[in-house]
Design a protein around this ligand. Structure first.
Ligand SMILES: [Zn+2]
Length: 109
């Protein structure tokens, strides 16, 4: 006999739904999966204060190649870009994460 999680009614094992309240008696399969990821945030030193003093078109002129280079480096190491300057890497070891950070720093210089 399977007890309903909703109302507590005892139901025959072959029943897929509770005879009292209609709730499912079949255990739900969890689709959640825990994964280890590394999140990388990149930024340009003092860029906000510099951007406040230049025209928006110049800000774009500075940022576009920066984002392109960072994106290229992220892809080279198998990262996925979440949004500009924020990315994550799936299940990688510490050494690989350090190499990614170094490559991003070199690309930003
Ligand atoms: Zn029930």
């Amino acid at each position: 006999m399977a007890a309903c999680r909703g109302c507590g009614q005892k139901n025959r094992d072959a029943f897929k739904f509770c005879g009292e309240c209609g709730a499912s008696l079949v255990a739900e399969v969890s689709r959640e999966e825990r994964k280890v990821v590394t999140v990388v945030f990149t930024d340009l030193v003092d860029f906000t204060s510099k951007a406040e003093r230049i025209d928006p078109e110049d800000v774009r002129r500075v940022l576009s190649p920066y984002y392109a280079r960072v994106r290229s480096e992220l892809q080279r190491f198998g990262g996925t870009e979440l949004q500009k300057a924020l990315a994550f890497f799936r299940s990688v070891g510490a050494n690989r994460c350090v190499r990614k950070g170094e490559a991003l720093l070199a690309a930003s210089a």
